[in-house]
Each structure stands twice: as C-alpha cells, then as structure tokens.
Design a protein around this ligand. Structure first.
Ligand SMILES: [Zn+2]
Length: 322
C-alpha cells in the first residue's frame, strides 16, 4: 500500500487549488504479487491490547466540530455503481474507527471524509481538511480480494471483507496525516511509518463491538497483505527515495505490531516466516512504545466528555517498559 509520491494526475483531477504536494498518495499499479502473499492462517486470540469495546460515551456534546462526510458523483460510468453503493450505506460514517473518533478531538477546523473519482488508485489527505478515498481504490481492493479468494479458495465474502479491512486501514492512515497537520503534532522520523502505526492502534482499539479479537487481527493481516501487492523484490532509486518505506518493510512493521500485541499468542508467525525472530524480540516493546507515543500526543486534544479515555490512556501510559 503505497499512498505515496506526488501524483500530479490526482492533483489535477482533485486538487486543482491544493498548494504543492503534501501527503499525497501514489497511484499503485496492482501488479500480481510475485513474492510472499502469506494470507490464510488462523489468528489466535490475543490477550493484550486487542479489546474491542467502547469507553463511556460522551456525557455532553463536545465543542469539537463533528466530521463531515461527502460522496462525490464520479464522471466515469463504471464507477457509478461503487459510488451509489458507498453513498447509500454512508460508508465512511459507518466505519467503526471513524465513528469512534468523530468528535473525540478538538480540531481547529472540521475534518471532512470524502469519496471521489481520482483517475487512479489512491487515498490522501488535503491540507484544507479533507481525507479523500478514491473509488478506484475500492475497486482495486475488491479485485485483489477476489484474486486471493480464488487463489486460496477462501469464503465467498472474502473480497468484501478484504476491501473493508483495507479501506479502514487506509482511512485511518490518512486520518493520521490529518491529525498531524491539523494539530501540528511533532513527528520525528518517517511520518508514513508513524501514521501506519496509528492506523493499526486505532483498528485494534476501536473495532466494531461485534468483531472478535481474532477478526480484528485478521483485518490488520489483510492490510499487511495489501502492502505486498506491489512486491517485486527489485527496486529503483525512486522506490528507495520515496517517503514511504518499501511495501515489504511496511508489511513487516505491521506484522511486528500485530505480534507485539501478544507475543505468546502469535509465536507461530515466526515459524510461518511472517516475522523474523530477531525482529520479533523487539515487537512487544515497539507496539507499546508506538501506542504510548500516540496517546501522549493526542491526549491534550481530547474533547470534553471523553474523560474515560483520558483515564484509560493514563493507566496505559503509566505502564512500565514503554
Ligand atoms: Zn501516507
């Protein structure tokens, strides 16, 4: 998943007035993966971190502006059915993680979530305060889900589950860019890695109440799988110079966060080649460090009414070893 590079065509299509190329996704040609795909394997139920549950709902209306949602009609007739479907189900507003954080933070301006035709695969954050998910992305994700379903003889609903899991990760990744920009959060190191971490943390914490911990982990594993969709093992200077890590590195980073939620439960990942033993030894600490860092960054911006999160976060930050 390379939401990378400055894509002038996307800009021309959607960002005619956007200043420069800030946090713009690349188009990603969905090549047939030539290397590890590593998908089907039962997820154990982890003990730690993955606890889909709601904190106490806000006791009064927060002053933070609620998110806005828009579904822009595409020009291409072949994208029309996707547009109608996501509009009719109010897809963006219905995403569990979006629902959970809508109104949670006091942002200086309203954040808008939008679906639109982009001309190619992508998703991005516009500095004007818009997270844009392209219809082409939904189509490409579904097609890859179908390919994986055929390849591994998976359940009929797999393509939809794959699409939904990935779009949740993508939207949370772009939300991370939005929070960094709107709240002027400090970031050292690669912002792309940081918001990948945030996406994983939000998906672990704010899964749908109906989802089991194993399903939550499977969602993240499907997001990790997508990161291998461009994998060739051979890269040019553009790839090495990109603001994103290589897809394989993002894959292992996410695998590490999954493993880090509960190393004993995920010990099989090492045998399966999903993670090296050397990296795995660091993952519990990596996961905790990432979660603590994001909590510390975001806590000052919690809206009134979310004190329960404040207390929960304080307890987590207070844990030793981070
Ligand atoms: Zn990004």
């Amino acid at each position: 998943m390379r939401f990378a590079i400055c894509m002038s065509t996307v800009l021309l299509t959607l960002l005619a007035s956007a200043p420069g190329c800030v946090r713009i996704p690349s188009s990603t040609v969905d090549r047939t993966p030539e290397r590890a795909t590593r998908l089907p394997s039962a997820s154990p139920v982890p003990r730690a971190l993955v606890r889909p549950r709601r904190a106490t709902p806000p006791t009064h209306a927060a002053p933070a502006p609620a998110f806005a949602y828009a579904y822009r009609a595409p020009r291409s007739p072949d994208l029309q059915p996707i547009f109608e479907r996501v509009r009719d189900v109010d897809l963006l507003r219905a995403l569990p993680e979006v629902q959970a954080i809508d109104g949670m933070f006091v942002l200086p301006q309203r954040l808008r979530y939008v679906t639109a035709e982009c001309g190619e695969f992508g998703a991005f954050y516009r500095p004007e305060g818009e997270v844009v998910l392209c219809y082409e992305t939904l189509r490409t994700l579904y097609e890859r889900g179908q390919a994986l379903q055929r390849r591994f003889d998976l359940a009929d609903d797999y393509p939809l589950r794959y699409t939904r899991a990935n779009l949740r990760f993508i939207v949370m990744h772009e939300t991370g860019h939005a929070l960094v920009h709107l709240l002027d959060l400090p970031v050292t190191g690669r912002q792309e890695d940081a918001v990948d971490q945030l996406a994983a943390i939000l998906m672990l914490r704010f899964a749908d109440v109906a989802e089991t911990p194993a399903e939550v982990i499977d969602n993240l594993r499907m997001a990790a799988n997508w990161m291998l969709s461009d994998s060739t093992g051979v890269y040019n200077l553009d790839a090495y110079a990109d603001e994103h890590a290589l897809g394989e590195q993002r894959y292992f980073n996410l695998q590490c966060l999954i493993y880090g939620t509960d190393p004993p439960a995920f010990a099989g990942m090492i045998d399966a080649g999903d993670l090296t033993a050397a990296r795995a030894a660091r993952c519990e600490r990596e996961m905790r460090q990432a979660a603590r860092a994001w909590l510390r960054l975001l806590l000052p911006y919690l809206a009134p009414g979310y004190e329960a999160y404040q207390e929960e976060a304080a307890r987590y930050i207070g844990q030793p070893g981070g």
